[in-house]
Design a binder for this molecule. Structure first.
Ligand SMILES: *Cc1c(COP(=O)(O)O)cnc(C)c1O
Length: 338
């Protein structure tokens, strides 16, 4: 598929590495685990939102915007990376932050909040859980317009059809890497949140006829709520690409049970996963996303859904800055939920 007709800014010069995890695989016992290092993407430091922003920022520039407006949770990687893209492009950036856990936003918190300030966010509006984020961002854009400026609204997680193209590009990048290294995988495991990553990959796999099954691990919803979101996103990306494909509902597979008690709130399986990867491979996972996603991979291997002799590729979507906002939990010096 030819993505070159979509304007794109380039924030990472090279494909991200695909590496085996021999010590982690030995620790786990069973399947052979590999990792795709999307935590090494560009933008201070990068993660999956970097790939989406390549297309979204290009569109903002094409439309003459001077300010990126987006939203997220208090430790949002998406907000940090959107801000980083804005800095790089000479744009300004404003956030609407949703306090999904009441009173959890502290301007002086560490992790991503610290980076919001270091990178120079122009304004942050904090709203309570359940606020209509689309309307709240429109209000920011209206305020900018009243001053003669032009905002460009990016939805939460950058997960619209255009943002999803970033993971179509990733699918194509992986296809080429597998070909060059003569690698075959039996499963791909990816975090599933606002759904642009999971949905974009699925669109890219269908469009390029890659038949490796994708398992999404929910970071905020169980399958009954998550899968329709991913299905809609994948179809929107397929439609934007102009492909004559109906995304089969059964191609959307996610697992729940690893994100509880709540989005962004630590649990014991996440702590085990973060410690295990740090101590076997010196790779940092984050407490909100990739730690819970790796806990899902570990759980599926232990349940026998990923078997000895199979090869599983884990997509590392980034998020490392937030480890600093959860140090006591990750070191086991503060109790967490089961
Ligand atoms: C946003 C995010 C995800 C989830 O990706 P979506 O495209 O929102 O589903 C996973 N991992 C990290 C580190 C993230 O920041």
């Amino acid at each position: 598929m030819d993505l070159s007709r979509f304007p794109r800014r380039i924030y990472t010069e090279h494909p991200t590495p695909i590496e085996p995890l021999p010590r982690f695989s030995e620790w786990l016992g069973g399947p052979e685990i590999w990792i795709k290092r999307d935590d090494l993407l560009g933008l201070a430091p990068g993660g999956n939102k970097t790939r989406k922003l390549e297309f979204l920022a290009a569109d903002a520039l094409a439309k003459g915007a001077d300010t990126l407006v987006t939203c997220g949770a208090p430790q949002s990687n998406h907000c940090r990376i959107t801000l980083a893209a804005a800095v790089k492009e000479g744009l300004r950036c404003r956030f609407v932050i949703e306090e999904r856990v009441p009173n959890s936003y502290r301007e002086d918190a560490s992790g991503n909040n610290f980076m919001f300030r270091l990178l120079g966010v122009e304004a942050v509006t904090v709203v309570p859980a359940g606020t209509d984020m689309t309307a709240a961002m429109q209000k920011v854009a209206d305020d900018l317009a009243a001053e003669g400026r032009k905002g460009y609204i990016i939805p939460g997680g950058g997960s619209n059809a255009l943002g999803g193209l970033g993971y179509v590009a990733c699918a194509q990048e992986m296809q080429q890497q597998w070909f060059e290294k003569q690698l075959r995988f039996d499963h791909l495991v990816v975090g599933s949140g606002s759904s642009g990553t999971h949905g974009g990959l699925l669109a890219g796999f269908l469009g390029n006829r890659i038949d490796v099954p994708i398992t999404g691990v929910g970071v905020s919803r169980d399958p009954a709520d998550q899968e329709p979101l991913v299905h809609r996103e994948a179809q929107a990306v397929v439609d934007l690409l102009g492909l004559d494909i109906q995304v089969p509902r059964e191609a959307v597979v996610s697992v729940g049970g690893y994100w509880q008690p709540k989005y962004s709130v630590p649990n014991a399986k996440m702590v085990e996963a973060v410690q295990a990867l740090a101590r076997t491979e010196a790779i940092l996972l984050d407490p909100v996303y990739t730690g819970k996603v790796m806990a899902g991979l570990i759980g599926l291997a232990r349940q026998g859904r990923f078997k000895a002799g199979e090869r599983v590729l884990f997509l590392h979507t980034g998020g490392a800055p937030s480890v600093h906002a959860y140090e006591a939990e990750l070191l086991g010096s503060m109790p967490v939920a089961d």
